[in-house]
Design a protein around this ligand. Structure first.
Ligand code: HEM
Length: 466
């Protein structure tokens, strides 16, 4: 193990900072690609023409090419595309790729010590503790908590008129998150915390971070972090004495292998990150899914039939496995519109890929968007076709690393079952009561990929009461 691998595994912050200060700039001259404009590099392409940028670059240079950018979307490094690249990076044999240096550009000061930006042994120990909060029984109790909130929330939405669904959907999922993650009922306190959380999320995308002026999103994000920290620190003693079923309470009482509880700061860091990891990803999936079923009315009808065949007023945990077509639809949605289209890492040593040596200290990016549309693996990849995930067709099974909406390897998403449960519960209440229609019959889904996949026009849809 090198010194830096050891420092990351031990979470030795001073040693990590020292390395960061002294790391030499990688020499990428031998790697094909175009570093873009002076100063901003390829930032514009990454933000506004992401899919064209990676597809055109792949055609021109192949599965490895260099880039330059600013702020949250990277500094200087290489793109690695395709299942082979995903395997190399996500399996991370030899501990060559660091999550800390990959994600810290976006998270610093906002989601410090997030599980996703931990490496090696330090990550393994913390993941083990957090895993307990996502066991089957825990998700089952979360489902019972979120079901009535989702049901009531959907019934507040307007019908028979075109309305922008993104904001109300976000609010609904924030209310659900407040209850499931923080144990708070909708009200003044949860509204204040929701706003603080939204400010933190907006600050993640601020390219200037602490260097920007006080009225930029980063400063509001840091304040938001303080608001949530105050709430968490104030409530830890109460939750330790009288824990609820929410994730915050569970983290207050969980222990590691030696019977040690998490410190106040560890509880704060994990709660904050889980809120973040859960919220925008699920909102993104539901937006894309609502759009997809609005544009494919026959398939929407099939899903409604599947739900009505359950013959239930209240969805129970065991019913989820019977919602097979709904499962395929979720999988197909996050194939076509993976919420997290880019996964950043950082090389701690030189590494070979496709005949090139990527030097140590390079930012490395992989993308689900590229492999999810690769015609070598998917038939008509631009078509919404949930049956491709049926056991008969199993198009996702050709290569273990072709389909990576939840990542893979040591950092594979911890909340994938939670996400599926929440989305199925939403659809159960929604499709039983409403039909969704798109703005125009053959309209495009207007969305952006980076930093997360989101509708860029607020997602105008019409709901009709059945
Ligand atoms: C459809 C919804 C979701 C998608 C597509 C998604 C996607 C991902 C991806 C791609 C990663 C790995 C990123 C990387 O390796 O750089 C990840 C990690 C993670 N996700 Fe999710 N996620 C979703 C929902 C959730 C939910 C609902 C939760 C919590 C309730 C959650 C908790 C986490 C956590 C804790 C990690 C970090 C795991 C680790 O570093 O060990 N996610 N997610």
């Amino acid at each position: 193990m090198t010194d830096i691998q050891y420092a990351l595994a031990q979470n030795d912050t001073p040693a990590i900072r020292r390395y960061q200060r002294n790391a030499s700039k990688p020499d990428l001259r031998h790697i094909p690609g175009n570093s873009g404009l002076p100063i901003v590099g390829n930032a514009h392409n990454l933000l506004f023409r992401f899919e064209d940028y990676i597809n055109n670059s792949y055609k021109k240079y192949g599965p490895i090419f260099k880039f330059k950018s600013i702020g949250t979307i990277g500094t200087e490094g290489v793109w690695l595309l395709g299942p082979e690249a995903n395997k190399l990076v996500l399996q991370n044999q030899g501990k060559i790729f660091s999550n800390y240096f990959g994600w810290n550009i976006a998270f610093k000061g906002l989601f410090d010590n997030a599980l996703l930006e931990q490496d090696f042994n330090n990550h393994k120990a913390n993941r083990k503790i957090l895993q307990a909060a996502f066991k089957k029984e825990a998700v089952q109790s979360h489902m019972e908590i979120m079901s009535p909130i989702l049901k009531n929330g959907i019934h507040q939405w307007p019908t028979n008129t075109l309305f922008k669904t993104l904001t109300p959907l976000k609010t609904l999922l924030l209310d659900t998150g407040s209850k499931v993650f923080l144990g708070l009922d909708p009200g003044h306190e949860s509204a204040e915390l929701n706003q603080a959380f939204v400010n933190i999320v907006m600050a993640v995308a601020d390219p200037f971070k602490e260097k920007g002026p006080f009225f930029f999103p980063y400063a509001r994000g840091v304040k938001g972090r303080q608001t949530i920290t105050d709430f968490i620190f104030r409530n830890i003693p109460k939750r330790r004495n009288n824990p609820g079923k929410d994730i915050f309470s569970q983290l207050c009482v969980l222990t590691d292998d030696d019977g040690k509880r998490l410190s106040n700061e560890e509880i704060r860091d994990q709660v904050l990150f889980v809120l973040f990891a859960a919220h925008d990803t699920t909102t993104s999936t539901l937006c894309s899914l609502l759009y997809a079923i609005a544009s494919n009315p026959k398939w929407q009808e099939e899903l409604r039939e599947e739900i009505s065949n359950l013959d239930k007023d209240h969805l129970e945990f065991d019913d989820l496995t019977l919602m097979e077509k709904t499962s395929w639809s979720i999988k197909e949605t996050i194939r076509m519109y993976p919420p997290l289209g880019v996964m950043p890492r950082f090389t701690l040593e030189d590494v070979e890929f496709n005949g090139y040596t990527i030097p140590a200290n390079s930012q490395v990016m992989i993308s689900a968007v590229f492999s999810h549309y690769d015609e070598e693996y998917w038939s008509n990849p631009r078509q919404f076709d949930p049956r491709r995930f049926s056991p008969e067709r199993a198009e996702d099974k050709k290569d273990f690393f072709q389909y990576i909406p939840f990542g893979g390897g040591a950092h594979k998403c911890l909340g994938m079952h939670f996400a599926e449960t929440q989305i199925k519960t939403f659809l159960f209440h929604f499709l039983k009561n409403y039909r969704v229609e798109p703005k125009t019959r053959n309209g495009d889904y207007k969305f952006r990929w980076v930093p997360l996949t989101f509708p860029s026009d607020g997602l105008p849809l019409t709901f009709r009461k059945l």
